[in-house]
Design a protein. Sequence first.
Length: 400
Amino acid sequence: MDSEQRFIAGAPRDRTRANTTQFPALSTGLAYMQVPGQRPEPTHELARIGVPEPEYATARAILFTRDSQLAQTVAMIAVGAGIELQQCTKLSAPHSSTNAVVLVGSDCVGEISGTFLGHKVVLTGNSENQDILWRAAAATPGARVAILPHGAPWLGEYLGALGLQVGAAQVTLVAGACGGAGTSSLAALLAANHVLEGERTLLVDADQHSTGLWQMLRSKEPDGIGWEDLQQSRGALAPGQLAEILPLAQGSAVLSWVREPGSYTPSEALLLGVLTAARRIYQHIVIDAGRIHGVPPGLLTLCNDQLLVMPVRSALANSLGRLPDASWSIVFTGKLRSGIDTRGLAAKHSMDLGGYLPYLKSIERSAAEGRLMSVLARGSLRRRVASIQRGTRGESSWAA
């Protein structure tokens, strides 16, 4: 293709105003569409779809239409859904391996006979063209119809659902069996270890009773946004947008409260929206979920590994009761008395052993000084933290 027209949720990067990204994402898209001269020319041929992948995995839709007004309307819907939209004006079959959705405008439905077999096809246009759309749908097996503007909410949801199918980040959720178990410290150390392994990592503070993570990650207020800034967000966050606005700690992106810990509790929908975007750009996501019985059920569905953190003293004295449905591995923390077998202790609670993190003054001191992640400079501690990650896959060798 000689040129491409793409619309994607997210403000253009402005290095002079790095922390002034505007929300909601849909408003950003609307503003983008209204700026004269910023709309590139559409592609003139729908060639074989083989464009290189960007730095992040992105859900993509192809719009085949020559109607500029329809293109703008669909582009705004795609922006709100966090979907990249590529407009084309000439027909050629997409690459057989693409999983992109093909949107066909009412002005072009007569040209597509048999072209998009095996692809998800949505025929779209305004209400005055609905008869044309329905006749074309009858001749196009499996095609859906979105009549605008009334069908815009459905089309937005349909395109937004594509984002849930994109992204291959490994997501680890860390939850505590009780307060003071060391959940936040373990989550931060797991994230730090991923960074040391050279992987793009995000640490998410999803503890409803959190006082924030930054006081143990760095001594100065971070540059970037926190949950309090996302309170009024609407629509979908684009992966590139998310990566630009989150502050860093020792190379790991962090989403917590920056200025007002506990001032705003993110909804489950916002949590899932953030994770949906994050899975497309980060290789590992570690979630500090707080206490186990406060974990939103929907959050568990996006996680690959679930770690339950429990002090040894509590594990010896108490039973866990009923846990949220998931494949949990247990990580013991604190002091371990002589003769205690962690594998046997895990078996007592009918769980797999994820690992053991002993009480160490170095961890406590580093957290108090706002440099917790730097404690992994100690090779022995880093190997132990790495073994906890392997323990979620049944490979841990650090039992005690």
